[in-house]
Design a binder for this molecule. Structure first.
Ligand code: XMP
Length: 324
């Protein structure tokens, strides 16, 4: 029989043994795994832990603010927030191919992370460990496309403040023995807000792979507003937790519409919602026509740049969950 308290106690003990007096850095993604990993490490070693949140410019509306608010003000865990939007968007300019977008964001993330880690080492003393939210299923079948699983050896391309050319970290992986549902229970026990604990997974490249084609700040802003509406209505209908993921996709298709006395020529947005066990296969969610109607109505009325909404009724396979 398994209790969250027991797992927390054992894990905390293990972390203390592993880390000793050394300093630990943990990159928060906004998701549940990295947050629970950070909470466990903080419970074990307190302010020897520093968390880092890198805003790639491709996050959802309010996400960065929420990470800062929850960690700094609610959980009282030291957090460095880096706004690297301009860097990421600069690198993404003109890029259309989905795999190139992923690669660019993954590489830039590591670059930003290592630069900031180097600065922190200078300011606060050397950092020896990286904490990561690797789960038991990740251990068994290590998935390739997760930007958060940075390599243990981080090369510093930019030599900040005369640091050694290469920093090496050891890994702390407090969730290695746990499944997702166990991580959620532990998160609740450690005071992570319920909304965060039940949040749908969000891909590392973020909204960049939900803006079809070239990513621009303007398109990201349109998509952020659309995404907020989709999630608000799904929550309001009480079906958020039944879904594996739900989101809006901004397509480059423009279509003709009519608004008042005028003709419009604006963007097509697709709404995607799926039910799934393991994200390897998924079915399109049978959202009620009323809910779909409310989402569509709000999208075209509240976001001027959108004049047509379609609902994705493809399962995985053959389609993937994301559009890119
Ligand atoms: P697909 O679209 O392949 O997605 O059916 C399966 C799950 O993986 C997420 N996903 C990603 N996660 N980096 C990530 O960290 C990525 O590049 C990436 N691509 C897809 C997707 O959101 C879904 O949960």
């Amino acid at each position: 029989s398994w209790t969250p308290e027991q797992v927390i106690d054992e894990t905390v003990e293990r972390i203390r043994k592993q880390v000793g007096q050394e300093r630990v850095l943990c990159a928060l993604s906004g998701g549940v795994d990295s947050a629970v990993a950070a909470l466990l490490v903080h419970r074990a070693i307190g302010d020897q832990l520093t968390c880092m949140f890198v805003d790639t410019g491709c996050m959802r509306a309010g996400e960065g603010e929420q990470v800062v608010e929850t960690f700094r003000n609610h959980l009282h865990i030291p957090l460095v927030a880096i706004n690297a939007s301009e860097r990421f968007l600069g690198k993404l300019a003109g890029v259309v191919d989905p795999e190139r977008k992923r690669k660019i964001i993954g590489e830039e993330f590591i670059r930003v992370f290592e630069e900031e880690a180097a600065k922190l080492s200078v300011e606060q003393g050397q950092i020896s460990f990286l904490a990561q939210g690797t789960l038991y299923p990740d251990v068994i079948e290590s998935t390739s496309h997760d930007t958060a699983s940075t390599a243990t050896r981080i090369k510093t391309h930019h030599n900040v403040g005369g640091l050694p050319e290469e920093m090496t970290f050891q890994l702390v992986e407090p969730l290695r023995m746990l499944f997702k549902d166990e991580v959620r229970e532990i998160g609740l026990e450690l005071g992570l807000p319920e909304e965060w604990v039940w949040r749908h997974p969000f891909p590392g490249p973020g909204l960049a792979i939900r803006v079809i084609g070239e990513v621009t700040e303007e398109k990201l802003n349109i998509l952020r507003r659309a995404d907020t509406i989709v999630i608000e209505e799904i929550r309001r209908a009480g079906v958020y937790r039944e879904l594996g993921q739900a989101f809006a996709v901004l397509t480059p298709i423009q279509s003709v519409g009519v608004m008042g006395d005028g003709r419009t020529y604006a963007n097509l947005v697709a709404v995607r919602a799926v039910t799934t066990g393991d994200f390897m296969t998924a079915d399109w969610a049978r959202l009620s026509p009323e809910l779909l109607g409310r989402i569509s109505h709000r999208l075209v009325n509240e976001v001027q740049e959108i004049n047509r909404v379609v609902y994705d009724i493809t399962s995985k396979p053959p389609a993937t969950i994301e559009w890119e």
